[in-house]
Design a protein around this ligand. Sequence first.
Ligand code: GTB
Length: 215
Amino acid sequence: MTITITAFERSPDGGKGLARDTRVRWALEEVGQPYAVRLVSFGAMKEPAHLAVHPFGQIPTYEDGDLTLFETGAIVFHIAQHKAGLLPDDADARARAITWMFAALSTIEPPIIELQTAKFQEGDKPWAKARMPLVQDRIHDRLKQLSARLGDADWLDGGFSAGDLMMVSVLLRTRPSGLLDEYPNLAAYVARGEVRPAYQRAFAAQYAVNKPPAG
Ligand code: GTB
């Protein structure tokens, strides 16, 4: 049975790999699982056929036979649970890696998304400029704490895991803002994730779809 994920027909980021299908592609590449991609337009995402797969009309989704999943946390966790390579065998280490997945999604990602919302959806509001430092401070608080925890380690808890895959994916979203450059160990951590062959393959696959038209 072929595993099929969904992705933007054309990502607004022009191939920077910031849309969330990249983290699912990366997980599939890490475990050596081939997959197919169904591209969906913004319009099609809100149509009944896609809403039946994703109740919120978003990408990515994951289909494997009768199993349909949405939410990247659930998808990456499912892949990591069923294929070797993303979670340690030791039960405690496994639980800690899963904890980092949750930390990435529920503690680090929200303020990062808030910054993007403040810039792109609320940037023209009269209060936008005054609010921006607050939004940036909330990201700095979290990045400072994460940077202190990572220290000079390569990965968050021993070897590379699904926790790192998710954390690097989330941190990558700060790149356009330049915020990450203020934390050299986090910037190096993200770079270590990006040079992994599995990430490179995932990035190349989404870039092939989303790269800006030539000329
Ligand atoms: N919590 C869900 C998950 O983790 O799966 C969030 C899914 C989600 O936000 N999907 C976005 C989507 O489908 C795409 S990734 N949006 C369309 C909609 O809601 O109508 C978010 C995203 C979009 C674009 C960029 N970009 O251009 O840089 C980056 C990230």
